[in-house]
Design a protein around this ligand. Structure first.
Ligand SMILES: Nc1ncnc2c1ncn2[C@@H]1O[C@H](COP(=O)(O)OP(=O)(O)O)[C@@H](O)[C@H]1O
Ligand SMILES: [Mg+2]
Length: 241
């Protein structure tokens, strides 16, 4: 892989009390690329993203962003540096409108609010149409778009997404992945995507890592991993149900 690693994780370990959730993982995300981390439920994917975001403190290891160590920084300062997480489960504020939800995402630099809103509405015309609708009344797919739109309001350099396709109908999942591609290609935003939906994630990503019980067990280009027999068996629904 290229040397211009934007995000560089080295020997990262994270534990919750006695439970070692992430064991000595190293991974990197080059600038301008889409990297995916795939793995089954409980493998340590969310823990990895939450540690990068500063929400969980690691036991050991290093996380560098654009050459700077970010381990130990507060979640707020990590957002200010340009890293934003779209958390699992489309956490939008149900009792606020679409517009109010988006404004909350802009807390880092409110002065460019109109420009940021224009960008989000350009990517998601459906959010513009529903500007005054309460977020709690949106469909699952629309809520996911809102969660991504809100993250974009902070103008991230690195956007991290925690299972954006979870619980969505296949057609909506396709929309979400198309949007991820567009955000990457047209806005130049680097993306770290974690997914149980290995098929779509590997088709979309430039590079993929496989995490199993807290350890990185494989890595390669999306197409290499898609063609791999053990990945097909474990993650692509080719096993006997
Ligand atoms: N807040 C927590 N407290 C204790 N254990 C946790 C916590 N969050 C996750 N874990 C455990 O850490 C492991 C990894 O979880 P997680 O990172 O959420 O996996 P994934 O996102 O891949 O499904 C699991 O064994 C899970 O039970
Ligand atoms: Mg998770």
């Amino acid at each position: 892989m290229e040397n211009n690693n934007y995000l560089e994780i080295t020997d990262l370990s994270v534990a919750y009390g006695g439970i070692q959730a992430v064991k000595n993982i190293s991974l990197s995300v080059p600038k301008g690329k889409i990297v995916t981390l795939i793995g089954s439920n409980g493998a340590g994917k969310s823990t990895t993203l939450r540690t990068i975001a500063g929400v969980v403190k690691p036991k050991s290891g290093s996380i560098k962003f654009d050459g700077q160590e970010i381990c130990g920084k507060t979640p707020d300062s990590i957002v200010s540096m340009g890293i934003t997480l779209v958390p699992e489960g489309r956490r939008v504020f149900d009792n606020l409108t679409v517009l109010e939800n988006l404004k909350i995402g802009a807390y880092v630099h409110k002065h460019k609010l109109d420009e940021d809103l224009a960008l989000v509405y350009d990517l998601f015309p459906r959010l513009k149409e529903r500007e005054w609708q309460y977020a709690g009344t949106l469909s699952g797919g629309e809520q996911q778009m809102l969660a991504v739109g809100r993250a974009l309001m902070s103008r991230p350099k690195l956007l991290m997404m925690d299972e954006p396709s979870l619980g969505l109908a296949p057609l909506i999942v396709k929309d979400i992945f198309n949007i991820i591609k567009t955000i990457n290609e047209e806005e130049g935003i680097t993306i770290l995507l974690i997914e149980q939906n290995a098929n779509m994630a590997l088709k979309t990503a430039d590079w993929g890592y496989v995490i199993e019980t807290g350890e990185i067990t494989m890595q390669g280009t999306g197409s290499e991993l898609l063609a791999n027999e053990s990945i097909k068996e474990a993650y692509l629904g080719k096993r006997k149900e």
